[in-house]
Every structure is written in structure tokens, then in C-alpha cells.
Ligand binder design. Sequence first.
Ligand code: URA
Length: 253
Amino acid sequence: MSDRLDAFLSQNGFGTRSAVRQMIHFGAVKVEGRTIREHGHLVRGRRVTVRGQEVVELITSATLVLHKPLGHSCSHDPAEAPLVDELVPEAFRHLSMNTAGRLDRDTSGLLIVTTDGPLIHQLTNPKKHLEKRYRVVFSGVLSSQAVNRVAAGLQLEGDPKPTLPAELVLDGTNAEGLGTATLLLAEGRYHQVRRMFEALGGKVERLHRDRIGGLDIPADLPPGAMRPITETELLLLHGRSAGSGGLAKPVAP
Ligand code: URA
């Protein structure tokens, strides 16, 4: 909550600073039932009314955790609907939020949606070396050197530089006879996992991200659910906790 009356009114939808100062000056605003004409009046924790109507404080920032379902796009373009934006709970719809990186429409999994630009930078800048874990179901036969090639960095078509060294574990074969693998990446290039598997001779059939930093996709979030991140989860996200890390036992995507 903003401390000053003018900032408080402005942030809660009553107009620009100069407009709300006029309202205050002309006696339209009461704090705890008393008309206040001083725009710098401190209002933290107090009841504010404008022409008798109580001012309900709007949320001004938020970081949400989403289990992105298959089929939704991270774009803001309505032509790309259905959008991740449509999954944002009503209480946060007025905020200007972005995803920290993107998942493809046909990728499911953990995604952070936030108003916090520096947090997006922290989660997406490869220099921060924050690992994301992908569970992959693939067809085709991978090059025998796949694990070593991924560890060394793969040259992807059209990219000026090889990928950063990453960790690939070939987990086995599923009931459909498709290969299953886990990939830990510290960067997020366009269609990176799909392109890496292509470069290795395979084709991604299903892709699911189940961990960012030290945060696993929360057990209470079914596909499509989005809610505010907790303090503990935020710490885990930055890898600042005793989270298990690394290549835990795979969960079928
Ligand atoms: N890599 C991809 O190819 N797609 C995603 O959605 C995420 C990583």
C-alpha cells in the first residue's frame, strides 16, 4: 500500500496524481471519516473513502506459478488464443504480467508469470545459470554420442554459437516404445529442446518442464491452475534452499 493519499488513490484507479490532488483539494476524500485536503497525508492501514465510497486497494504486483496445460500460447496476441493470459485468476487480470521465458503451445509444465521485470531477467538470463529440467518423450534413434555432444554443446542450425553445456540422461523406453529422456538446460533458446533432439537424430513427441532452479512443479497445481507463488517457492526457484536439485527420478510427461 502506498503511504501518501495521492499515490494511494492514483494507484487504485482514481486518475493521475494531479487529478486526485484536485479531488482531495475539493474535499471529496475522507480518511477514517474525516475530510482530508492534504495530498501527502499518510494513509497506511486507514479507511479511505471517495464521495462516500470505500477505496478497495488493487493489487499492484504479483508473481504467479502456473502449471501450463498443452494448447495454450504464451503470446499476448488474441489471434493466438487460447492464451496463458486467460488462465490468470480474476484478482490479477488488471496487472501487466509476462511469462519468464516461454513454453511452446504444445509444451506443458512449470511457468512463472509475473509483473517483476528483474525476476524475469534472473530466471531467463543464461549468465545466471539457472537450470530448467525437461522431461522428453521422443521418437527416432539418437546419435550414440548424444550425451557427450549435449555435454560439450551442440551446434544448432541458424544459431551463431553452440548451446551451453547441458546434461542429458536417457531414461529408457516407455510403454509406447518411445524413448524417454531428461534434459537440464541453463538457457532457453527458441524451440531449444526440440531443435537439440533434431540435431541428435530424434523427434520430440511430448515435452514437459517439471522444474526451474530448485522448484518442482507444485503438487497442488493441476494443468491449467495458476496461483501466487509462496515465499518458500520463490527461494527454491532461485535455487536458494536445500532442494534436491539435479536429475531426480523422472515422472512420465
Ligand atoms: N524447448 C522447446 O523446444 N520448447 C519449449 O517449450 C521449451 C523448451
